[in-house]
Unconditional design. Structure first.
Length: 82
């Protein structure tokens, strides 16, 4: 499975990523091994989406990082408006 996940960081901003091993990836975030979030710890998993197809997962991650994708997350109360 491939996972697209959304984290809430200590600066109240979100981080969206994609992985094939969600538990390991979250551990790496928590330990500060991911440059994009190491200065924004602690992080909290908000939600994740599972896909059987790698390319569908990466395309969904790309969509969520776009303006329309952020609007989708806000509309469905997955992330807050702040």
């Amino acid at each position: 499975m491939y996972y697209v996940y959304c984290l809430k960081c200590s600066d109240n901003r979100t981080y969206i990523g994609c992985t094939d091993d969600l538990k390991d990836r979250l551990d790496r975030h928590q330990k500060g091994n991911v440059p994009a979030t190491k200065n924004r710890l602690p992080i909290k998993l908000i939600s994740y989406f599972a896909f059987s197809n790698k390319y569908t997962a990466f395309n969904f991650e790309k969509y969520l990082k776009s303006g329309s994708g952020r609007a989708f997350l806000k509309k469905h109360d997955i992330i807050s408006l702040t």
